[in-house]
Design a protein around this ligand. Structure first.
Ligand code: S3P
Length: 441
């Protein structure tokens, strides 16, 4: 099997309706919360990507059974204390920071030591951001110089904590929220704004939680050790996966795209706001509620007169996984776009800020980077010719997909390595690309 794809041709005009797979963040949270609920939970449209399959494997290793029937996963648990833990258990979180960090929260009371490992990319990421608060709960944790493998041994004497989340990281916030579930008493969290799927699921499941929203921070209180019942949940489409297709439609000639049933939670739609501010034709229709989340159909159309943006840093967390693809739009916009405080981008599956700057320069787009601030000098006439090779990006799924969209929107003869990386978050990526008319070799 070859490891790369070749793209030699821009995509032709298209006018299509598509549906992307289930949201990754919500899928992982549903699996982990079903592992704590009393009874059989039924989850439909669960994303079947490697990150989520690793979440299912992880709960299986912890003694939770599940089966798949048709489009639904049935996960059977007996409540907050139902993990059965073997001696010397090692759990591989693969590429998923969300899985590794959230699962550590659930293991804060483990009676036997568990080791969490991951792939090369995950083994290079910082875990002190979750091990430090988990130590405050009383857990015994060792890391390898702040990185994986992390070994965790819980304590019978868990105590609730007061925690201040300063990075705008939903993974840190959610890790502490899940640990709070296991802890007697009241855990209080003050968190910079970040995606709030865990809060919404806690509310939906009637877990004792209050959330007070202030301009810059959310104040979250959780009372722990309260069992909750199993649930049914239909995972909505993933806006992060949708974003590659939204941008392809905007940058392609005479094209239109409708993406059905996408989660448009405000804590995730930074990309829509940014694209609109850049004049892009993106609309949300059929907006409706689903258990606290918001769902809509996204309409995107070719836009010729894109303009640059001075992107306020407070949007960063709601667009954190979409910046790579947003940078492509800035590359085609009139004027100089500016993005600030993007340090967290370098802490993802690959150092995405560094990679983005190299990539933009590879395709001839001028950039100016000062520390974690980036200026992109747009060129409305951008058109690529000649050969381009994209490799050595730590198999980062989003870098791969952004490269493929560049080839299809701007042209050039491309060879893009590590095509299997799409399986991390979006196994249907190639199928949908072909459906809208992309020629891939
Ligand atoms: C995620 C949170 C974000 C995001 C990641 C998924 C989540 O990470 O980048 O892809 O599901 O909570 P941080 O919380 O580290 O910013």
């Amino acid at each position: 099997m070859k490891k790369y794809i070749k793209i030699y041709k821009k995509i032709n005009s298209f006018n299509k309706k598509i549906e992307v797979s289930g949201d990754k963040s919500i899928s992982i949270r549903c699996v982990l919360l079903a592992s704590q609920a009393i009874g059989v939970s039924k989850i439909t449209n669960l994303l079947e990507s490697e990150d989520v399959l690793n979440a299912l494997k992880a709960i299986k290793h912890l003694g939770i059974n599940y089966k798949k029937k048709g489009n639904a996963y049935f996960i059977n648990s007996y409540g907050l204390n139902s993990f059965k833990i073997k001696n010397k258990l090692k759990i591989n979180a693969g590429n998923s920071g969300t899985l590794a960090r959230l699962l550590l929260g659930l293991l804060v009371d483990t009676k036997k030591e568990i080791t969490i490992v991951g792939d090369n990319s995950l083994s290079n990421r910082d875990f002190s951001r979750v091990t430090e608060p988990l130590k405050l709960f009383g857990a015994n944790i060792n890391s390898n110089n702040k990185k994986l493998p992390v070994k965790i041994l819980g304590t019978e004497f868990l105590r609730p904590i007061n925690y201040f989340e300063t990075k705008g990281s939903a993974q840190c916030k959610s890790c502490v929220m899940l640990a709070a579930l296991k802890t007697p008493g009241l855990t209080r969290i003050k968190a910079r704004k970040s995606r709030n799927h865990t809060e919404l699921l806690f509310k939906y499941l009637n877990i004792p939680i209050t959330v007070t929203k202030k301009i810059n921070y959310d104040f979250i209180n959780i009372i722990g050790q309260k069992n909750f019942n199993s649930f049914n949940y239909k995972v909505p489409g993933d806006i992060s996966s949708s974003s590659f297709f939204i941008v392809l439609a905007i940058l392609s000639k005479d094209s239109k795209l409708i993406i059905k049933n996408v989660n448009i939670n405000k804590s995730r739609t930074g990309i829509i706001k940014i694209l609109r501010d850049m004049n892009a034709k993106v609309y949300l229709k059929n907006i409706h509620d689903y258990n606290g989340e918001k769902i809509a159909d996204i309409y995107a159309e070719s836009t010729l007169n894109l303009k640059s943006i001075n992107c306020p840093a407070k949007i960063n967390s709601s667009a954190i996984d979409e910046f790579l693809i947003i940078f492509l739009v800035a590359a085609r916009a009139k004027g100089v776009s500016s993005f600030k405080n993007l340090g967290e981008l370098n802490k993802k599956e690959s150092p995405r800020l560094d990679i983005a700057v190299n990539f933009l320069n590879l395709i001839g787009v001028k950039t100016k980077r000062i520390k974690n601030n980036l200026k992109i000098y747009g060129n409305p006439k951008i058109k690529l010719e000649g050969n381009f090779v994209m490799k050595n990006f730590m198999k980062d799924h989003r870098v791969f997909m952004m490269s493929a969209i560049t080839a299809l929107a701007f042209g050039g003869n491309w060879k893009i390595f590590d095509k299997d990386s799409v399986n991390t978050s979006f196994p249907n990526f190639f199928k949908i690309l072909k459906f809208i008319g992309a020629q891939l070799n």
